[in-house]
Design a protein around this ligand. Sequence first.
Ligand code: GLU
Length: 425
Amino acid sequence: MPILKKSLDVSSSENPLIEFQSILKEAMDILNYSNEAFELLKEPIRFLEVKIPVRMDNGKTEVFVGYRAQHNDSTGPTKGGIRFHPNVTADEVKALSGWMSLKCGINRLPYGGAKGGIICDPRKMSNRELEQLSRGYVRAISQIVGPTKDIPAPDVYTNSQIMAWMLDEYDHLREFDSPSFITGKPLVLGGSQGRETATSKGVLYTLQFISDLKKMPIKDMRVIIQGFGNVGSYLAQYLHDIGAKVIGISDVLGGIYKEEGLDIPYLLSKRDSFGIVSNLYSNSISNEELLEKECDVLVPAAIGGQINKHNVHRLKCKIVVEAANGPTTKDAIKILKDKDIMVVPDIFANSGGVIVSYFEWCQNNHGHYWTEQLVDERLKAIMTDSFSNIIRTAEFYKVDMKVAAYIEGIRRIVEASAIRGWIRS
Ligand code: GLU
């Protein structure tokens, strides 16, 4: 067992819900929206806390706590992933549901945002225990989810196998086959081509947009990726394939750094299902140290609150591309702006996942399936439009990209909530 260095689980003291609310307020004030609109959108419209008893392998029952937050359903059913993590909190799930609304708004998807979470440590659970937990969660939230109500998907430490168990449980409860209940499924159960790699592809497209904007060829970029899970590992592979240099990566235990570039194919062949690779190297460094290494692009692709007021002064990158949800705190973003370091916001940069989830849902509803090439083309087309909208908005209102992305994301939700008669915009 490798020595535990500074763990990724140590997040900042900032409360993500307060962070969400304060940037939302800033964006809504710029748009001159009413206070009642803010009152409606600062928290989810629906929030459920559940208890899930699971008979563990040792014969004892453990009771897990889970949440599902639905931020706003004025533009359509709500949509968002489910995370399994020991640090899940109610406020984090609420904030994440708000960010999902913004992602859907930015990309003009016919959804509002949602998010779910269970407080657990999947690294310490057997497959049988994980299956029972997944099925128990679906039973507990089944009243408020469904293909036209709220559609779950994978998030931190959940995957297509967990989606398959959840779908199976839902089908048993409803007594009919309903593939559009959940996205991120295995292909054989109605999953979409390109869904597993979608978030990383979206981050790659984001890097291409930035490369065009800054006239900085992507293959000359030296990139550090924090996190080697689904998003970080595929991204490392894509960057390696196009000739960019990945000089540092990290996992939950620590980081590895090599100025000449890391051997990505080797690391990919050795990573386990939790993305652990740092134990392969004797000279590994801590996550904290990795974030502070000099590079062109820093991609935090792990969990929230990693770049905060405590470490932001020591960052030596030129651009931060937020592949995780909420990795940079509001204070840190302001400081990075003063240092002329561009932050490409999560609610745009990592939205490839939910965009392809939307494609998956459309395919399930039509019973007609697309090629990976078509999925990729449509993903890129949506993200290209959204990126130019955010850049235009940032220039028009003279705000940073984070606030611009909130402005772009919130407009449709306020318009739909107002036209339904819920609020005055
Ligand atoms: N969990 C992903 C996210 O945070 C995907 C959500 C989805 O596909 O619905 O965007």
